[in-house]
Design a protein around this ligand. Structure first.
Ligand code: FES
Ligand code: FES
Length: 179
C-alpha cells in the first residue's frame, strides 16, 4: 500500500510499486487530465509536478512518487483562480485538439516558476514536449512569449525549428502575432 499525495489530498493506493504513476493517477485516483502519449518519456503528455519538478509520469514508478507532493493539471489552479500559464493559454486560444496541452502547461509552469525570465537555451532544454496534431505550435510560441514578456522578458524566440535551423525573424514574428 502506497501513500500518495495528489493536489494536496492523500490517497492510499493498493498497487504494485512498479506501476507507472501515470496509471495510478488515471486509473486509481481518477485524475484523467494527465495523458498517455508515448509511454517512453519522449512526448511529455504525461507531465506532472513531483515536489515542484516537471516529471514524466509514464516512466515514474509509484514507489518513487510515494511520500512526495504531486500536482496534476487538475491541481494547478488555486482557490478557483487559474494559474497564469492557464490564463495565457486561454487568452491565446492555444490548443488545437488539446491532447498534449496538460503536459505542455505543466512543463511551462514548472520552468517559469524556477526561471521567470528563461533564456532561449532554458526553454529549449526544458520544453521538449511534442504536440501530436502539430497545428498549435505557432499559438503555443505566441502564448509562451506573451506570458514571458508579461513577467519581464522583452523578447523570446520561438523554439520551433525550420528544417535548416531556427525560423527566420519574419516567421517568428508571425508566430507571435498568431499568439
Ligand atoms: S506519455 Fe510520458 S512522455 Fe509520452
Ligand atoms: S494540441 Fe493536439 S496534440 Fe497538441
Amino acid at each position: 500500500m502506497a501513500n500518495l499525495t495528489v493536489n494536496g489530498k492523500t490517497h492510499d493506493v493498493d498497487a504494485d510499486p512498479n506501476t507507472p504513476l501515470l496509471w495510478v493517477l488515471r486509473e486509481w485516483i481518477g485524475m484523467t487530465g494527465t495523458k498517455y502519449g508515448c509511454g517512453i518519456a519522449q512526448c511529455g503528455a504525461c507531465t506532472v509536478h513531483i515536489d515542484g519538478v516537471a516529471t514524466r509520469s509514464c516512466v515514474t514508478p509509484l514507489s518513487l512518487a510515494a511520500g512526495k507532493q504531486i500536482t496534476t493539471i487538475e491541481g494547478l489552479a488555486q482557490n478557483g483562480n487559474l494559474h497564469p500559464v492557464q490564463k495565457a493559454w486561454l487568452e491565446h486560444d492555444v490548443p488545437q485538439c488539446g491532447y498534449c496541452q496538460s503536459g505542455m502547461i505543466m512543463a511551462v509552469a514548472a520552468l517559469l516558476k524556477d526561471k521567470p525570465k528563461p533564456s532561449d537555451a532554458d526553454i529549449d532544454s526544458a520544453i521538449t514536449n511534442i504536440c501530436r496534431c502539430g497545428t498549435c505550435l505557432r499559438r503555443q510560441c505566441g502564448g509562451f512569449w506573451r506570458r514571458a514578456r508579461a513577467w519581464g522578458r522583452s523578447s523570446i524566440r520561438c523554439q520551433r525549428r525550420s528544417r535548416r535551423g531556427r525560423l527566420s525573424r519574419g516567421d517568428r514574428l508571425g508566430c507571435y502575432q498568431a499568439g
